[in-house]
Design a protein around this ligand. Structure first.
Ligand code: RIB
Length: 307
């Protein structure tokens, strides 16, 4: 049997407030629409990876998830989703003494843009030690983000690299304090958005746009990353590999109602497609289509279609 896609990362329960405008400092806004969804960048990416498989060929991988949750109702909701999606959760840690991660998500109704505040709970316990039993060395591909402790991320990447397992690192979220200091040469694909890319390049606070993305991607390759995909929202993604010109894959034009989790939809579908199809360009185009579809629905995992 083919080796699975291993997704390691966070689990959160998302409370999503949608309103025509976001609150200013000191202001209370009432009357927001409320959506609830299982979320967390790691869980979202794993769920996207399994739900998109119907559109891939028979080589579509099985998906194994490594993460940590509390022993509470939010974890039970996520476990029900994982079961329905037939995700392998043998390595999901259930901790009695902390809560499942929780995110408050504000969505601006007109644009679908979002802001997120997160309390990590059990996610903060996904350390290198906690991952010791997770069979990283047996994976076909490791997909990991940055919403769990840095030492766990570092150890997972080093173990994967040491065993010859390709690594996709989605550096979300990231600031100077939470940068795990990975060796870029051990990352096959780094997949930042416009803000995360600037942090990786030591230009925190800047925003890379479509116009500056090719230069930024070239800088990432010069740092040693083996491949870079910049996610550029409605503009699509820019794929860069050493030795060939960067390519922009435009996103289909859609009416976005909620962009929360679109990056996760891309990463999950891209990773699944990398194990099932022959080329990174094709896999990235598949990820763009899956993510663009997700922004036409509300929520995070609730917006990911079963293809
Ligand atoms: O990327 C979207 C996710 O970020 C949400 O599900 C939220 O929980 C935060 O982790």
């Amino acid at each position: 049997m083919a080796s699975p896609l291993l997704v390691i990362g966070s689990v959160n329960y998302d409370l999503i407030f949608r309103h025509p405008r976001l609150p200013r400092q000191g202001e209370t806004i009432t009357g927001a629409e409320l959506f609830e969804s299982c979320g967390g960048k790691g869980a979202n990416q794993a769920v996207a990876a399994v739900r998109c498989r119907g559109a891939l060929d028979e080589a579509a991988p099985s998906v194994l998830f490594g993460g940590a949750v509390g022993n509470d109702a939010h974890a039970a909701a996520q476990r029900r989703v994982f079961e329905q999606d037939e995700l392998d959760t043998r390595y999901l840690l259930v901790l009695d003494d902390c809560h499942t991660g929780l995110s408050a998500v504000w969505v601006e109704a007109g644009t679908g843009d979002n802001r997120i505040m997160n309390s990590p709970g059990a996610n903060s316990r996904l350390t290198a030690d906690a991952l010791a039993a997770t069979p990283i060395e047996e994976a076909g591909l490791l997909l990991i983000q940055n919403e769990t402790p840095a030492d766990g991320v570092r150890s997972a990447v080093e173990r994967a690299h040491g065993a010859g397992v390709p690594v996709i690192w989605n550096p979300a979220p990231i600031d100077e304090a939470s940068d795990p200091g990975l060796d870029p040469r051990h990352i096959d694909w780094v997949t930042p958005n416009e803000v995360e890319c600037a942090v990786l390049l030591g230009r925190t606070g800047e925003r890379i746009d479509a116009g500056s993305s090719a230069d930024a991607a070239a800088e990432l390759l010069r740092l040693g990353y083996r491949g870079a995909i910049l996610t550029l929202g409605p503009a699509g993604v820019l794929v860069a590999k050493p030795g060939s010109p960067a390519e922009l894959i435009p996103a289909p034009q859609v009416d976005a109602v909620d962009t929360t989790g679109a990056g996760d939809a891309f990463n999950g579908a891209f990773a699944a497609a990398m194990l099932a199809t022959s080329g990174s360009h094709e896999a990235a185009a598949f990820g763009v289509r899956y993510a663009s579809d997700s922004v036409t629905r509300h929520g995070t995992q609730t917006s990911f279609a079963r293809w």
